[in-house]
Write a protein that binds this ligand. Structure first.
Ligand code: BGC
Length: 741
């Protein structure tokens, strides 16, 4: 029977039918509840007594070419380029990979998760914001790093993700890098140890872990076109060492190759980085995922060791299939990529325990976030009798600074965690978390008259400071992916605000909310300085707990704060030449060759090693941080050997309990041609007043090696080594020589 319907209705019926067919087809292909899953007789790879590699091999044998290609690429990212027909299968994260439902292989749902799970607002979810990664590195604490990873892993799973894209560990070689807050500071051994523990514990929550951006992605300016020029030795002992250590500890399922090139070859098609070092030397068993639109080729990238393209299939979709069919890419190479992806899925547990969404445990998250913030906040300056503030003795407090009545700043870009109670932030929006410093100060000092002034009108801020017993100035520096800072000064004339407040009130305390180092022209004029970094969902309370002494600060700087940009290895940031940087709507028109170079001639001298070697006095050195108690070091003993042991005693000589981060550095013999010293070990020593503890640290032999470019191997340079022990890279009271061979 012919239905005589008006045309518009006919069209929409057809559309409905077509959509219905599409959904049926897709549901047919991606069953939501695969009843046959778990039947080991039909699916021998579901036998959990087999290793992830054995299980992956069994699956690879069953797969068709198309199924294999499906695993090699992403399917678009919300808000970037044209949505793909499969977009509905995504979970709202930065990428997803089709599974093989017929074989019980789930979709990989990836999310950025640097200091918490990204994109929660647009997906109607909630995420805890932890302190920035750099801030957490100031704890120097692998246990805190583990708690950090556990929390992020748990919240990823609760939100329906089974893979994280967190785990940034690029070294702070260029402190103006807008992503410095996403990384773990300037020392490869500290950064690598912390990122390793973070990702290890994140993976323990059954998400595929990731370490990024491999490698030498040390600035954002021209990140898609720049080639980092650096010697192999320098690279191996600095930037790559952080990755090596992190990968050894975490055994991450994935490593993300970076946008930039290294010595002329883009990282995502750089055979030296991906195959020779990562897969062969370090025995990395997981898969290499490209940074988003960081793939530049098919055959070359595949041969170099790139396993997976995100978020599109420009090179690893139809082109890859054609290259396999025409023999340009050997089948074994394709199978290796597929094997690596599958084994990471088995190793992380996402096949055996598919993700089930649940409500994020917000309260537990807030508690963890506050505790980690308290271990991350560095007390930089404390004039006599200034901090901690005694709420019983103070009658009036001025809280001054932009937003200090309502909120604290967070770091931007793909790391951005969305604050609760507001719509999703725009890209590069300054995002203030609803963590009110003035409220936290009011709560901590209930008997005091706490008044706020934004500082926009400096006269009124100065007047308030003048009539208050204490002035606390909260200042900020916003940083983000996609930009570098022009300099390390506080923006918005905040230096002038601090100067003027300090002139009006001798008890002025500055609280820094920064993503990297800042210069402090006013340092001599203020009574106290506290570095709070981007402090996360409970930053205000953590800061108040430090200011009022409920928590004794323990954190130490994971990066040097220079006096001025002129003291940096590169006083001027190297920026791309004009006209460079237009890559088409999906980034797929990126060049085949990098367009400019940045020469890392400082080589091994990253961070404190530069200041040591060049005899430059930093504003605050690496490893520095004060406490409300004091410590004394004594009795250094060395036991050289295959594994050298360093033993010493730390005593709490003050009147409060605390934890001291005791640091061990090694100065190499002159013919090793190393910077003056290298951090080789540390320990966080908890001590009650008057208590002493003997600390014994065994040094990892590789940390006493240098990389020999000619032999492509690490080696010990025999000779006389000095071990230096103390409270920071510039305060090393214990020193002793020993011969190592
Ligand atoms: C960033 C990565 C991030 C990815 C996905 C890229 O722009 O460099 O760190 O994981 O986007 O959001």
């Amino acid at each position: 029977m012919k239905m005589d319907l008006p045309r518009p209705v006919r069209v929409s019926l057809a559309t409905v039918l077509a959509l219905f067919a599409l959904v049926r087809v897709n549901y047919g292909r991606y069953p939501q509840d695969d009843k046959s899953a778990g039947q080991t007789e039909k699916r021998p790879w579901m036998n959990t007594s087999l290793s992830p590699d054995e299980r992956a091999d069994l699956v690879v044998k069953e797969m068709t070419l198309d199924e294999k290609i499906d695993l090699l690429h992403g399917n678009g990212m919300p808000g970037w380029g044209k949505p793909r027909p499969t977009a509905y299968l995504g979970n709202g994260g930065a990428g997803f990979v089709l599974g093989v439902p017929r074989l019980g292989i789930p979709i990989i749902q990836m999310s950025d998760a640097a200091y918490g799970v990204r994109s929660s607002a647009e997906n109607g979810r909630y995420s805890t914001a932890l302190p920035s990664n750099l801030g957490s590195a100031a704890s120097w604490d692998p246990v805190a790093a583990c708690e950090y990873g556990t929390l992020v892993g748990r919240e990823l799973r609760a939100q329906g993700y089974n893979m994280t894209l967190g785990g940034g560990v690029n070294l702070t070689r260029e402190p103006r890098n807008g992503r410095t807050f996403e990384y773990m500071g300037e020392d490869p051994i500290l950064a690598g140890t912390l990122v390793g523990n973070r990702v290890k514990c994140e993976q323990a929550q059954q998400v595929i872990g990731d370490i990024k951006h491999y490698a030498v992605n040390d600035q954002e300016s021209g990140r898609n076109e720049v080639s980092a020029v650096i010697s192999r030795r320098a690279m191996r002992e600095t930037d790559l060492l952080a990755f090596q250590i992190g990968i050894e500890i975490a055994k991450p399922g994935a490593v993300m190759c970076s946008y930039n090139a290294v010595n002329g070859e883009f990282a995502c098609e750089n055979k030296y980085l991906l195959t020779d070092v990562l897969k062969k030397e370090w025995n990395f068993k997981g898969f290499v995922v490209s940074d988003w639109a960081g793939t530049h080729s098919t055959v070359k990238a595949s041969a170099a060791g790139l396993d997976h393209e995100e978020p599109f299939d420009h090179f690893y979709g139809a082109q890859f299939k054609e290259a396999v069919q025409s023999g340009k890419i050997p089948l074994a190479e394709l199978d290796d990529h597929v094997h690596r992806i599958l084994r990471s899925e088995f190793a992380a547990g996402i096949v055996d325990n598919p993700v089930k969404k649940s409500v994020v445990d917000a309260e537990a998250g807030l508690e963890t976030s506050r505790k980690i913030a308290e271990q991350s906040i560095v007390l930089l300056k404390n004039g006599p009798g200034v901090l901690p503030l005694d709420p019983a003795k103070i009658h009036s407090i001025a809280v001054i600074g932009p937003h200090a009545d309502t909120s604290m700043i967070s770091g931007g870009g793909s790391a951005q965690v969305d604050p609760p109670g507001r719509p999703a932030p725009r890209w590069l929006e300054h995002v203030w978390f609803p963590t009110s410093p003035s409220k936290a100060v009011t709560t901590a000092a209930p008997g005091a008259d706490v008044q706020f002034d934004s500082g926009t009108n400096r006269e009124s801020a100065v007047a308030l400071a003048k009539k208050s017993e204490v002035a606390i100035v909260f200042v900020y520096q916003w940083t983000s992916e996609g930009m570098d800072l022009p300099n390390l000064s506080l923006p918005e004339n905040q230096d002038v605000l601090i100067e003027q407040v300090a002139a009006a009130n001798p008890k002025t305390i500055v609280v820094l909310e920064t993503g990297t180092a800042v210069t402090m022209p006013w340092l001599d004029k203020v009574a106290g300085v506290v570095e709070a970094w981007y402090a996360g969902s409970k930053g205000h309370e953590a800061v108040a707990n430090i200011l009022f002494g409920r928590v004794n600060p323990t954190a130490k700087l994971p990066m040097t704060f220079p006096r001025s940009e002129a003291d940096l290895p590169h006083p001027n940031l190297v920026t791309p030449p004009p006209g460079v940087g237009d890559h088409g709507p999906e980034g797929n028109e990126r060049g085949a060759k990098p367009a400019f170079e940045v020469h890392y001639d400082e080589g091994l001298k990253v961070g404190y090693k530069w200041y040591d070697a060049e005899n430059k006095k930093p504003l605050f050195p690496f490893g520095y941080g004060l406490s409300y108690t004091t410590y004394a070091y004594s009795d250094l003993k060395l036991k050289p050997g295959k594994e050298t042991t360093v033993t010493f005693t730390v005593k709490n000589t003050g009147s409060r309990s605390g934890a001291e981060i005791a640091q061990v550095y090694a100065a190499f013999p002159p013919n090793a041609d190393e910077p003056p010293k290298r951090l080789v070990a540390w320990s966080k020593v908890r001590l009650n007043p008057g208590e002493s503890k003997q600390v014994s640290l065994t040094i990892d032999p590789q940390f006493l090696n240098v990389y020999d470019e000619n032999a492509s191997a690490w080696k010990l340079v025999p000779g006389s080594y000095t071990f230096l022990v103390g409270a920071s890279s510039q305060d090393l009271p214990l020193q002793q020589k020993v011969t190592l061979q």
